[in-house]
Ligand binder design. Structure first.
Ligand code: PEP
Ligand code: MG
Length: 590
């Protein structure tokens, strides 16, 4: 039901990053306080609302003054000064004026007008680059709660408490906010910042949460409670949808569901091209909660287990110890057996959480202390992870791979550490798989250039295209301002992938792709044509990639890939691969 029948349907265009449709009221920001009820007020009753607001502010201020006096008696000046600052917020004439203005303009009850103004104010504060000032948002939230409580009203503040199902709107979300979202409540999310290849977007796709990013300043005007449709296919956020629009979207949902059911019926079919080339189709996960989705997708194992979310969970004080990690890895290995799980060792840093707080923030975190660099510098983190993976290998098929390899010595040092761990476990009589496979992620151009050298040291390559693209074309993968330059089909990227696959084949090892390129149905012909042997994608993408593989001929893809390697423009390469994709599975694009 539309939240405000008078409001006009409004469409805000963002960037679609995770498909699906959500229809629900909006909850602004992941944090914050609950909203009061909203109702319309007739012109004649507006003066009463202005008075109610004045009274609530007066009451909140006198409560604060009382607390301040009590605190001053009991503790230090510093603590009581916090409340002095809170009182000052309520004396800010500009802010008070905005609320009075909002009451008149919206013709809504005073507590809701106050709430709406403060939410926008808080959103603006969250954008302040200065971390100290940004942290002050918590104080403002406190003041808001107090004023809302001070309204003498029989209304309960319940409408959009986050316990209700909602679409979440936020300035930005970090990967762990997204990973810990309650799927039963958050039906979709939209953010002002973000990009297709941020970890937040990757997790949203993996968990099947419809999502849009890059809404720009538009979100500052979105009011909590607004009824909305979030279209994760086209990137539209539709506020106050009309009944006709709602019906259209209900029909789209039905159609997508039918298409999904058809794809799911191929769950047990082999991932093999029409001319008989088998492609291993595995899943990427970051959370144990994704295991049922992997099972449902029919993926042949896990091609990338991102261990950051297990190791760097904000809710825990410390990195899980060896036995806790062993339990998690064993659970995964058993769940996917007889298929393998490729455990990627910790890849902290970049846009993910750091392994440890640094004294100074890194000016260029993606070029800094992340991936295998951290593990090699911190054996106290690396060794328990390697030992845990080895221990789990006794219960299923486990492989290990190392992130952000940039040169040979990193691989050698990592393998040396693995050898030490194996020797220790031998001495302790702990069983493990002696022939455990190790792989290198190829996601730094230097690694792709020396793939022939690295191929002699490892059992497989897994190309991390998310990072490979950003480092090749010098485009930050999470920066929306340069997102247009982030081109998966850039000729340089294609040549690096080709070089890696060839080097692997010559050394007799397999090469897969676990970056987001692997899950893009337009690019499946290109990757198969270039010779990849494994594609590892989010569990939600497995069915459509399986269908794509089964529709294609490897020989035809290889011919197209030859042409692509000769092309000079990313647009031309995209056209070549998309043409084949649309020729054989146009229905997947609908
Ligand atoms: C990649 O870079 O493509 C990759 C799979 O690793 P992540 O996205 O975790 O950096
Ligand atoms: Mg990477």
């Amino acid at each position: 039901m539309p939240s405000n029948t008078l409001a006009l349907e409004t469409i805000i265009q963002g960037i679609p990053v995770s498909p699906g449709i959500a229809i629900a009221p909006i909850h602004v920001t992941a944090r914050g306080f609950s909203a009061p009820e909203v109702y319309e007020v007739s012109e004649t009753n507006l003066p009463q609302e202005h008075q109610r607001f004045e009274d609530a502010v007066t009451r909140a201020k006198s409560d604060l003054a009382e607390i301040q006096t009590r605190l001053a008696e009991l503790s230090s000046d510093e603590e009581s000064r916090i409340f002095e600052a809170h009182i000052m917020v309520l004396e800010d004439q500009a802010l008070l004026k905005r609320v009075h203005h909002a009451i008149d303009e919206r013709q809504q009850n005073a507590e809701f007008a106050f709430y709406a103004v403060m939410q926008n104010f808080l959103e603006a504060m969250r954008r302040i680059p200065d971390p100290y000032l940004r942290e002050r948002t918590a104080d403002i939230e406190d003041v808001c709660e107090r004023v809302l409580d001070a309204f003498e009203s029989s209304l309960t503040r319940k409408n959009i408490r986050p316990e209700d199902r909602h679409i979440l709107i936020a300035y930005d979300l970090n990967p762990s906010d997204t990973a810990t979202m309650d799927r039963s409540l958050v039906l979709g999310f939209a953010t002002e910042m973000g990009s297709v290849n941020s970890h937040t977007a990757i997790i949203a796709r993996s968990l099947g949460i419809p999502a849009i990013v890059g809404l720009d300043e538009a979100i500052i005007d979105i009011t909590a409670l607004t009824h909305a449709i979030l279209d994760g296919y086209t990137g539209k956020l539709i506020l106050h949808p009309t009944e006709a629009t709602l019906n259209t979207y209900r029909m789209i949902e039905q159609k997508k569901l039918r298409a999904r059911t058809a794809l799911d019926s191929l769950r047990d079919a082999e991932s093999i091209t029409r001319d008989g080339r088998k492609i291993t189709l595995s899943a990427n996960i970051g959370l144990l909660e994704e295991l049922p989705a992997v099972k449902k997708s029919g993926a042949t194992g896990i091609g990338l287990y991102r261990t950051e979310f297990l190791l760097l969970n904000e809710e825990h004080d410390a990195i899980p110890n060896e036995s806790e990690q062993t339990n998690a890895y064993t659970q995964i290995a058993k769940a996917v057996a007889p298929h393998p799980v490729i455990i990627r060792t910790l890849d902290s840093g970049g846009d993910k959480l750091p392994a440890e707080p640094l004294s100074e923030p890194e000016p260029n975190p993606f070029l800094g202390w992340r991936g295998i660099r951290v593990s090699l510098d911190r054996p106290e983190i690396f060794k328990p992870q390697l030992r845990a993976a080895l221990r789990a290998s006794a219960f299923g098929k486990v492989a290990l791979m190392f992130p952000l390899v940039s040169g040979l010595s990193e691989v050698r040092l990592a393998k040396e550490m693995l050898r030490i761990c194996m020797d220790e476990l031998h001495k302790e009589n702990v069983p493990f798989d002696e022939s455990i496979q190790t792989g290198a992620m190829i996601e730094v151009p230097s690694a792709a250039m020396i793939a022939d050298v690295l191929a002699k040291e490892v059992d497989f390559f897994s190309i991390g295209t998310n990072d490979l693209i950003q480092y090749t074309v010098a485009v930050d993968r999470v920066n929306p301002y340069v997102a247009d330059l982030y081109k998966p089909t850039h000729p340089a990227v294609i040549r690096l992938i080709h070089r890696t696959i060839n080097a692997g084949a010559q050394a007799g090892i397999w090469t897969g792709v676990c970056g987001e390129m692997a899950g893009d149905i337009s690019l499946t012909p290109l990757l198969i044509g270039l010779g990849v042997e494994e594609l590892s994608v989010g569990p939600q993408q497995v069915p459509s990639i399986r269908k794509a593989i089964r529709s294609l001929s490897h020989a035809e893809c290889a011919c197209m890939a030859d042409d692509a390697l000769k092309a000079s423009l990313s647009a031309d390469i995209l056209k070549l691969t998309s043409t084949l994709a649309k020729k054989y599975y146009s229905e997947l694009f609908e």
